[in-house]
Design a protein around this ligand. Structure first.
Ligand code: COA
Length: 163
């Protein structure tokens, strides 16, 4: 039987505990989760694509066949279709996420009817965090150790020490 695959797309600049929580939840529902680093035209990441890939791989030291990390070019739905993914997974934190996510999901459905989007609710502890707010805190010397994996916290400290 074909494995049930989900694609979890995002910019992941950087990956946070909230994203990892969504991956864990998706792994309860799917055989495999592909974390796809996609381009958001509205964002200029502080970490390079290679840095973000490595940072995510390091979250899964025993990277087994159930989690994959891949950069994607082009349309997300084309990638999902090629990889025979059953669904695109997105995390919802608050009502404020809904408008954008609704638009994205409907556009993706218009582009490719075979791939559905499913929304998973982020854990309550992560409801208020985003990559931007974490970067902003870290940029000003704030402690974000509880919000990102230890190696990501180190990378943030190093990055902002040199800016
Ligand atoms: N916990 C913590 N933070 C979370 C979260 C969670 N569970 N879920 C989302 N977020 C945050 C992210 O950190 C991010 O914060 P930021 O804006 O401060 O960086 C924000 O919510 C949403 O970003 P993210 O999940 O990284 O997605 P995105 O908006 O950058 O991604 C793409 C959009 C990449 C999926 C979209 O642009 C895309 O599909 N691009 C590919 C090209 C394509 O197909 N375009 C047509 C789309 S219709």
């Amino acid at each position: 039987m074909e494995p049930n695959i989900a694609v979890y797309p995002g910019t992941f600049d950087p990956i946070t505990n909230g994203h990892l929580d969504i991956v864990d939840r998706a792994l309860n529902l799917f055989d495999k989760v592909i974390i796809a680093l996609a381009k958001n035209p509205g964002k200029e990441p502080i970490f390079s694509l290679q840095e973000r890939i490595k940072m995510i791989q390091d979250c899964y030291p025993n990277l087994n066949s159930r989690v994959e990390v891949e950069p994607i070019n082009g349309l997300l739905v084309d990638y999902a279709y090629e990889r025979k993914a059953k669904a695109i997974v997105r995390g919802l934190r608050a009502v404020s996420d809904f408008d954008f996510e609704f638009q994205l999901a409907l556009m993706n459905r218009k582009l490719e009817r075979e791939v559905d989007t499913i929304f998973l609710m982020a854990g309550f502890r992560w409801i208020y965090i985003s990559s931007s707010i974490i970067k902003d805190a870290a940029r000003h010397g704030g402690n974000v150790d509880d919000l990102v994996p230890p190696h990501v916290s180190e990378m943030l400290k190093k990055r902002f020490a040199t800016i």
